[in-house]
Design a protein around this ligand. Structure first.
Ligand code: 2P0
Length: 321
């Protein structure tokens, strides 16, 4: 039977997506801009099985049930509908980094699944089209289809902004927990929109921060990019915190403090945080080694994954029946 194997990398938003314009179709309320990361990879196989009655998902070596299975099947259902098929699939997916802990495993996971599934079901769609299928499962996944720097607009359409070598940017992922995050992104966004007194402010300023980040990338201005990245992350987390949604731990604060100490010593270095306790440190290649050493010594940091701008999702193997 047909099969497809795809790989995808997570992406880290420099200008954050937080909030939905429409639940139906999963359309973001604000534009976002991210960097796709080399160094962390999801590999997903989709094999069609004409004899099977149900879809199955093995995630990091274990049979998945509940929410993980339901969300994967929903994406495969959309692919099946496009392909006019009702054949079931065996899905196998592996991350080489902690799953569901705010390390953007949903972005790389749904990007790899959408791509592997479209190929297994014989669809030959362009990247923007597959990205839209993935976006309905997880909006940030749409950005992982593009190499380097990618944007997602408020119509739900993703595109590349600049290639990986546009800036000498390095992202040091300071892992502070191996477990799943406390509050999922989708519910965190919904609670923020409902209860945060700062939600309207976030919606008003996010597009301006996006423009700033995009201009910084186009003009290769790392300091402008870092300042805007911190503005986006703290505004997003501030709005969430005002609704009682907190992703920070003591280790998160400790890393932020160490980055500020390095900045006071003259290094150009900045932080960003997603819906989890980890901190992603933005630094230039020339300062990477010194910065990584300092981050590794911060109490609560389990390890530091050193990454650089990487490639978009791609098919690595396919067979047709
Ligand atoms: C982002 N995050 O731009 C933001 C910043 C987390 C913090 O996109 O609800 O898993 O499935 O569309 O894509 C994580 O949210 O959310 C995310 P859904 P998703 O990267």
């Amino acid at each position: 039977m047909s099969s497809g194997r795809a790989i995808a990398h997570p992406n880290i938003a420099i200008a954050k997506y937080w909030g939905k314009k429409a639940i139906s179709g999963n359309i973001p309320a604000v534009p976002s801009l991210s960097v796709t990361l080399a160094g962390m990879t999801t590999t997903t196989d989709v094999e069609l099985d004409a004899a099977a009655k149900i879809d199955t998902l093995v995630l990091d070596g274990e049979d998945a049930r509940g929410d993980a299975l339901t969300r994967a099947v929903a994406l495969v259902d959309r692919v099946r509908m496009r392909a006019g098929s009702n054949v079931r699939a065996r899905i196998t997916s592996t991350n080489d980094f902690p799953t569901a802990s705010g390390l953007a495993s949903s972005a790389s996971g749904f990007a790899a699944l959408a791509l592997a599934a479209t190929r297994a079901y014989g669809l030959d769609l362009d990247a923007a089209d597959v990205a839209s299928l993935a976006r309905e499962s997880s909006a940030s996944a749409a950005r992982s289809f593009f190499s380097g720097f990618a944007a997602l607009d408020t119509d739900g359409v993703a595109h590349q902004v600049a290639p990986p070598d546009q800036l000498d940017l390095r992202v040091l992922v300071c892992v502070t927990s191996e477990g799943p995050k406390a509050v999922g992104s989708t519910s965190g966004m919904i609670v923020t929109a409902k209860n945060s007194p700062f939600h309207a402010t976030w919606l008003a300023i996010a597009p301006r921060i996006f423009d700033d980040v995009e201009a910084a990338i186009r003009t290769k201005d790392f300091e402008r990019l870092g300042v805007a990245a911190e503005a986006s992350a703290f505004a997003m987390h501030g709005a969430a915190l005002a609704a009682g949604v907190s992703y920070f731990t003591d280790a998160t604060h400790a890393v932020i403090g160490e980055v500020r100490a390095l900045r006071n010593e003259g290094m150009l270095v900045f932080v960003t945080m997603d819906a989890g306790p980890h901190v992603k440190v933005l630094v230039l290649e020339s300062d990477r080694a010194k910065c990584a050493e300092r981050m590794e010594s911060v109490p609560g940091v389990l390890r530091v994954i050193q990454t650089r701008p990487g490639e978009g999702a791609k098919i690595v193997e396919e067979t047709a029946s």
